[in-house]
Write a protein that binds this ligand. Structure first.
Ligand code: MN
Length: 733
């Protein structure tokens, strides 16, 4: 390709000047010096490179820096880092060069950006998820890394036309899966919208075009509507000397698309395609007052729908969003949403994080973002679970709207919508969460699973005897609670295994079975589990009982030599994988965060077997299809329909809890009830659901509903209860 270098250099210089001109933040002389140096360095570094489209590579970092400077509005450090973001990755410049020239902050950000681009690019859903997680880990370094990365992605999406189709689709689906949610959470609404729309443009071009042209067609009509709406208010607003502008706000193409899909409706049936926005000028101290004044004027003219009032001014969302939303019966008797916000709120809503910076001048602590970063940190701290699980969790906490509830001290806490009383308990403190016995919402006792509503006042009742059980996982949605419960269950498993080990060793001694590595291997083989810890655990749990241990000893003492010799030769690689890991006998498949059983089919393309890492794909007619996580056939499904993926796990059905009822009878004695409840609550893996006692003269009767892990556990408990003086009979309903 023939390139006129003079023309190109002139264009580069022009772009650079524009970069300085459009910066959202005021740049000092020092800032400009830094940016100039970064620009010169980048120009030199990329001087021999061209993009796929043929243009000089330097246009890309400049464009990213422009997005960072103007649309996001970050500081000079970020603008410099954006200019340099591909230097270490793609050119002969090293990180040391960058540090020497620009100091450690810029170098750290560039380093973070380089790390991200080293993550393996793959359409495999679990690898994407893993990338996402790693990317979030760079947040620990500096949140600007992520923001610049988003700007980089935006520019790549804007200039994707020169790429082959399959790459466009791959990048677009990754953008939908990872970058748009992140932009959303950071509060960069404009960028999130653009990323989503661009993704749709490449993944479903026809759909995109058809919605786009319909949106454009309706523009004129909308302008008229806004005009007639404004006319109603003009006089009153002017009389109050309010400086304002009234604008229309269009729902994005992607949001319209999503709504049409979700509700299976046509374009014309999407009703909230557009809203009206009243943006007013205000001094900080009058902001709230003016918002309600305007509210009052709007509702003087149009009837409001009382169920559709959202006050994000008194209580901003934690991504910083502030605004007052009402839905009114507008002109032509049409319901229309009206958003009332000051210029400052408007900027925060559009730009997010950066606008906070500008308005707070960097002096004041930005508590919303801090809270958010802390929460993110907690999500990141959990190292267990697979990456898909992790992303699902993250997204859940990400997209959920928030609710605000009160502690008994009147302190306000924000939680994702759908949080339960137990989530609340864990949000206060892990100790509170794990000792939760009950909850009182607005003064009334409620189950731990109670979903909280904004405005609820919640009190957690704790008890030293309480401890997390597996079914707690069913009614928490926050990552924090899930992770803490899982950790504690693991801890308890370990305790059971330790107990089991003691019991087993004692019994083997009695049965004169030698205790050594070989015996361990034989135990593992005999009981068909994966590790000796598994054997211990099952002994502790009671699924391997006395009789089974005896049977083992018999076969060991009699015929083990021939029997095991043969078998052990066959299994020459030791069965013991990892002594610290409990690997269950996977025999049952469960789906989603609720770990539900769903009708499913194993996909014929990759034929997963029990224990494989798998995920579910929701099909239209055939229920859930289960694929191996690295199935090659599933890749295209995953990138196009990420939202139809459900996490799936193989579990050990012998560990699934079930509900049982025990009927007790005996002679009524003082302290008997206490003794019964003490025995039950001291039993591992038993959870009391309901308890009823009746006494009739001397006779005592009790009915207890419990959740237990398995029958062996229940039997153990029955035996213990029978030992209580006064109890005569314990039977299962
Ligand atoms: Mn780049």
């Amino acid at each position: 390709m023939l390139i006129d270098e003079q023309v190109e250099n002139r264009e580069i210089a022009k772009q650079y000047k524009e970069l300085l001109r459009i910066s959202y933040l005021q740049l000092t002389a020092d800032d400009k010096k830094l940016i100039r140096l970064a620009f010169n360095t980048a120009v030199d570094a990329h001087k021999d490179q061209r993009r796929k489209s043929g243009e000089a590579y330097i246009f890309h970092p400049i464009a990213v820096a422009k997005i960072v400077a103007s649309e996001i509005g970050l500081d000079a450090t970020s603008i410099a880092a954006a200019l340099l973001h591909d230097t270490v990755e793609d050119t002969s410049y090293t990180l040391n060069d960058i540090e020497r020239l620009f100091g450690s902050t810029v170098a750290k950000i560039v380093h973070g950006l380089t790390k991200i681009s080293h993550l393996k690019k793959d359409t495999d859903i679990s690898l994407q998820a893993e990338n996402f997680r790693k990317m979030l880990l760079t947040l620990n370094d500096d949140i600007r890394v992520i923001i610049i990365k988003i700007a980089d992605r935006l520019h790549n999406m804007q200039t994707m036309d020169a790429m082959p189709d399959y790459k466009q689709i791959k990048i677009a689906s990754e953008t939908l899966y990872i970058y748009a949610p992140l932009a959303h959470r950071i509060g960069m609404y404009n960028i999130k919208t653009e990323l989503e729309d661009l993704s749709l443009k490449y993944t479903e071009p026809e759909r995109f075009q058809s919605i786009k042209s319909k949106v454009e067609e309706s523009q004129e009509e909308q302008q008229e509507y806004i005009h007639s709406f404004s006319e109603f208010l003009q006089k009153s607003l002017d009389r109050e000397k309010i400086k304002y502008s009234i604008q229309g706000r269009n729902k994005s193409i992607f949001s319209i698309h999503r709504k049409m899909l979700k509700q299976s409706i046509g374009y014309d049936q999407v009703f909230d395609k557009f809203a009206i926005r009243v943006v007013y000028r205000s001094k900080p101290k009058d902001e709230k007052f003016l918002a309600w004044k305007i509210y009052s004027i709007v509702t003087d003219h149009f009837v409001p729908n009382p169920t559709r009032l959202r006050d994000w001014i008194s209580q901003p969302k934690s991504n910083g969003y502030e605004s007052l939303h009402i839905t009114v019966m507008g002109p032509q008797k049409k319901w229309v949403e009206v958003q009332i916000r000051s210029e400052r709120m408007h900027e925060i809503a559009e730009k997010g994080y950066a606008a906070h910076y500008r308005y707070k001048q960097g002096n004041e602590k930005d508590s919303g973002i801090d809270v958010w970063l802390n929460r993110l940190q907690e999500v990141l701290e959990s190292k267990d679970g697979n990456a898909i699980d992790f992303v699902e969790n993250f997204k859940l906490n990400l997209y959920a709207d928030e609710i605000f509830v009160f502690t008994p001290q009147g302190e306000l806490k924000s939680l994702p919508q759908g949080s339960s009383a137990l989530d609340f308990a864990y949000s206060i403190h892990t100790e509170v969460g794990s000792k939760t016995r009950g909850a009182r919402v607005n003064g009334k006792l409620v189950p731990l699973s109670r979903i909280l509503k904004s405005g609820d006042s919640v009190e957690i009742i704790t008890s030293a005897q309480s401890k997390p059980t597996a079914n707690w996982l069913d009614f928490v949605i926050t990552s924090r609670a899930r992770n803490k419960i899982k950790a504690s269950l693991k801890e308890e498993k370990k305790k059971i295994a330790d107990e089991g080990k003691e019991v087993l060793l004692r019994k083997l001694r009695h049965l004169k079975v030698a205790q050594n590595e070989r015996t361990n291997k034989q135990l593992v083989y005999y009981f068909n589990v994966n590790s000796i810890r598994d054997v211990y655990y099952r002994v502790g749990l009671g699924t391997i009982d006395n009789k089974k241990i005896k049977d083992f000893a018999t076969s060991y003492n009699n015929s083990f030599i021939n029997f095991f010799k043969r078998r052990l030769q066959q299994y020459s690689s030791p069965v013991v994988k990892d002594v610290d890991e409990f690997v269950s006998r996977y025999d049952k498949l469960v789906f989603g965060k609720e770990r539900e059983e769903l009708p499913y089919q194993l996909a014929p393309c990759c034929n997963p077997i029990a224990g494989d890492k798998v995920f579910g794909f929701v099909t239209v007619n055939e229920g859930v299809k289960v694929h191996q996580h690295n199935c090659s056939n599933a890749v295209s499904l995953q990138s196009n329909y990420a939202y139809r993926i459900v996490p799936a796990w193989w579990i050990d059905s012998s560990e699934q809890e079930f509900t049982a009822e025990l009927i007790l009878s005996g002679i009524d004695k003082k302290g008997l009830v206490n003794e019964v409840t003490r025995v039950i609550s001291n039993s591992l893996h038993v959870d009391i659901k309901k308890i009823n006692f009746f006494t009739d003269e001397e006779l005592f009767q009790g009915k207890i509903t419990l959740r237990v892990v398995n029958k062996a556990m229940l039997k153990k408990l029955k035996d213990k209860l029978l030992k209580i003086p006064g109890i005569e009979k314990v039977s299962r309903q």
